[in-house]
Ligand binder design. Sequence first.
Ligand code: NAD
Length: 261
Amino acid sequence: MSALQGKTAIITGSTSGIGLGFAQGLASEGANVVMNGFGDAEEIEKHRQALEAHGVKAIYNGADMTKPAEIAALVAEAHETFGSVDIVVNNAGIQKVSPVEEFPDDKWDAIIAINLSSAFHTIKHSVPIMKQQGAGRIINLASVHGLVASPFKSAYVAAKHGIIGLTKTVALEVAEYGITCNAICPGYVETPLVAGQIADTAKARGMTEEEVKNEVMLKAQPTRQFITYEQLNGLMVYLCSDAGAGANGASFNIDGGWVAQ
Ligand code: NAD
């Protein structure tokens, strides 16, 4: 039997990039999936059907992670559809690269809402269900930028440091109920989010996009390789499985050695 057979996994921001990678990884281990995120309806439906090719059920809920009422409805739909909420992956995120003195107010607010506050809301609504189940797994997507900073990413770094604090606090509150809450801190993964960041960083630093990729991004990563979805899924499945029960309140960096420097 697959490691996560019959579990219900909500993955925010799973129409693209790392979240879509997690949806595929968890479905391949037998979990039913609640997809979320923006994008073209036909594309999303194709991804949903590809998840079901693993023999699981997948539904899509388009909740906007800046809207607490929609997040509450997302958790409720997952519970009503599948009868449990076993795994919550707080992955939705956006980025903006800009000097702090020019950082747009609305971008600051959006990054804090999507990258940090949305996790508070999913957790708030999932924890009562998980407590009743006596089991649950909460995994928050932080970043190496939850552990260290880079210039021009004030909102992102603040939100990611914040999510590590949220992870630790929730871990302490749920520890006695068979629930764990951990953070994953990836280095650079080649996703649509990073593609946008390459262009923005090039502008902010006056470099070409190729220079940003090789001299800024992979320079920080001693392996000189982007992190892959498969590498992240190995940790995700471990954290969600019975073997992961002892890991709680921890931040796991998968960063090619970045934070070791
Ligand atoms: P991505 O842009 O490919 O995907 C982001 C997802 O979030 C998409 O599905 C998008 O639709 C969704 N989203 C954005 N705003 C939303 C909103 N308001 N409501 C609902 N969904 C929304 O990005 P990614 O690179 O896959 O990033 C995923 C997560 O991983 C983010 O939290 C990011 O900070 C983190 N991360 C990424 C990297 C990297 O190198 N790519 C490194 C470390 C951490």
